[in-house]
Design a protein around this ligand. Structure first.
Ligand code: FES
Ligand code: MG
Length: 569
């Protein structure tokens, strides 16, 4: 048992160092009995800016109870909190900072195991990246999804319906007063977005990776069951503190990563899930293969009927049996021998899954929602290191499309021109946005969901092919190519496109190409090579980010944070 002795550094007198630690911590009123136990650290990411984490204080209480019931000592400590709507310039810009904060605070303070509690999009990936590098036994407690909202007899979800209803407001069919009313109904409780956005996607993948207890991904944030899951996680963490495992490094394996990718496809998950899983796997020395992901997309059907690919919301997935029931249906595509923090294997979890008569949210393998997986990986002369499209949320008629490029050079350029009446654009054109990648924006914002130009939206155009080096919210819908890698700001071929060029998208063939001749390509490339390099900020985290961030196919982690064989943990 290490407890308070963990990581003790002494400058000559180990006994004195421990004595000092005890003397200070006793100021909080702890007894020797409390301090002489294994310690389970618990992250606190509660923040007034983060409604997705609004139940964190409750979950901490429950987790602490579980730790103490199992005879260990819980110690809560703060780390950064990031909410999607309140993180300038983007939450993705801050993910690696949170991962560093989490890693270093786990390392710095004495603890034998750690419970990370989080939920809003970037949080769980950041926490797992940090915890994987820190190397302690770790258990994840997601904050859980919000319950659904209602408006005029319709069920609403943040934030798939945010976009749809805002689109109707832009088109003039929802007036100012009604859109105000709707803003009070889209997110009716604390917790994460209750569609299959990034938060839900990550929670489901993490449960499939075995890093959280069964049903932890789906239990609504405000349900009593979520608190019981937190309590049970506390108990397990106390056992893991004594046993010394499993650690994330033991659970994140080639087989479990492949399982997580299959789950990503089957749930119609967020494209962001690929970047985050790449970054998490990178922390244990694994490289995520985009070609393997694409193979899975042909093999694994979409089984979960959730927005934005389907009709339902996270609480319905929960009541249908949650991830354990999904694992049972998805078993043909999974390695069921993978272990979990619960102590057994995925096979045991699937065997214990509830069977809910008449439920239609989790489809059986032979009667899927869609025959092929949610996310396809594209290559081509425009995307030498890959791009992704969420085909399950795209318009089938546009999946093979040739069109004239209408280029926006940055998010600001797009904002300035997209709604102009004299914008030269038709519904058959392909909207191109660049300088929105990891370095270019910076932080690879969720700008990939380019709005339909107002003059076309007014005519009833609902979807167009849109391509960029940006990311997109997992809650969005449309024929949208994302993560074009390498990005334009570091000289990727997206930088070569000009308005009027023809671009060919062929999702069945997994291609995206710019159709210009070789001589013209070479001329433009030469000009691009002479252009000024991207601006590098002079100081602070922005400088660290600009000089260290990797491309999307490497998870946008920092180059110096990836797994290093020689690192000491
Ligand atoms: Fe936090 Fe959607 S804004 S999960
Ligand atoms: Mg999101």
């Amino acid at each position: 048992m290490s407890g308070l002795r963990k990581g003790l550094t002494s400058y000559g007198d180990a006994g004195f160092s421990l004595f000092l630690r005890k003397a200070f911590i006793k100021a909080m009123g702890y007894s020797d009995d409390a301090l002489d136990r294994p310690i389970v650290g618990i992250t606190n990411t509660a923040s007034d800016y983060n409604p997705c984490h609004g139940n964190v204080p409750d979950l901490i209480e429950s987790a602490k109870r579980g730790v103490m019931l199992a005879g260990a000592m819980p110690m809560v400590f703060p780390t950064i909190s990031i909410h999607e709507s309140f993180a300038h310039p983007t939450s993705m810009f801050l993910r690696n900072l949170m991962a560093m904060d989490t890693e270093e605070m786990i390392r710095a303070q004495p603890m034998d195991a750690v419970i990370v509690i989080g939920g809003c999009d970037k949080t769980l990936p950041a926490q797992i990246m940090g915890a994987a590098s820190a190397g302690l036994p770790t258990i994840v407690v997601p904050t859980g999804p919000m319950v659904v909202g209602h408006h005029k007899g319709e069920v609403l979800g943040a934030c798939t319906d945010c976009r749809r209803l805002w689109g109707q407001h832009r088109a003039g069919t929802i007036d100012e007063a009604e859109i105000e009313t709707i803003s009070g109904r889209l997110a009716p409780s604390v917790g994460t977005c209750m569609v299959m956005g990034t938060a839900s996607t990550m929670a489901c993948m993490i449960e499939a990776l075995g890093l959280s207890l069964p049903m932890a991904a789906t239990a609504p944030a405000v349900h009593a069951e979520r608190r019981r899951i937190a309590e049970a996680s506390g108990r397990r963490a106390a056992e893991m503190a004594v046993a010394g495992g499993p650690t994330p490094r033991e659970l994140i394996t080639p087989a479990s990563v492949r399982n997580a990718l299959a789950v990503l496809q089957a749930i119609g998950g967020s494209t962001n899930g690929i970047i985050h899983l790449t970054a998490m796997a990178g922390r244990v020395g694994l490289k995520l293969d985009l070609a393997a992901l694409d193979e899975l997309s042909r093999e694994v059907p979409v089984l979960v009927d959730l927005k934005p690919s389907g009709a339902h919301y996270m609480e319905h997935l929960h009541h249908a049996g949650g991830v354990p029931a999904l694992l049972r249906e998805l078993a043909p595509a999974l390695d069921m021998a993978c272990g979990t923090v619960a102590g057994g294997t995925l096979a045991e979890i699937a065997a214990g899954a509830e069977r809910v008569p008449g439920q239609t949210v989790i489809r059986p393998w032979d009667a899927p929602l869609q025959g092929s997986g949610a996310i396809a990986v594209l290559f081509g002369n425009l995307a030498p290191r890959g791009a992704v499209i969420k085909q399950s949320a795209a318009s089938p008629a546009l999946l093979r499309h040739k069109g004239r490029a209408v280029v926006f050079d940055s998010a600001a350029d797009m904002a300035a021109r997209i709604d102009l009446d004299d914008l030269d654009v038709t519904a058959d054109d392909i909207l191109v946005l660049r300088h929105t990648g990891p370095v270019g924006a910076p932080g690879m914002p969720e700008a990939g969901y380019l709005p339909i130009p107002l003059k076309l939206a007014r005519k009833g155009v609902k979807d167009m092919v849109r391509i960029s080096d940006a990311r997109m919210s997992g809650t969005a819908f449309g024929t949208i190519v994302l993560h074009i890698t390498p990005e334009s700001a570091v000289g990727g071929p997206l930088a070569l496109v000009r308005t009027g060029d023809i671009i060919a998208l062929d999702v069945p063939a997994r291609r995206i190409d710019l159709l210009i001749d070789q001589a013209e390509w070479a001329t433009r490339q030469t000009a691009l090579n002479l252009a000024a390099p991207p601006f590098v900020p002079g100081r602070g985290y922005a400088r660290l980010f600009a000089t260290s961030v990797l491309q999307a196919d490497e998870g946008c982690d920092f180059d110096f944070l990836r797994y290093d064989q020689g690192e000491s943990t």
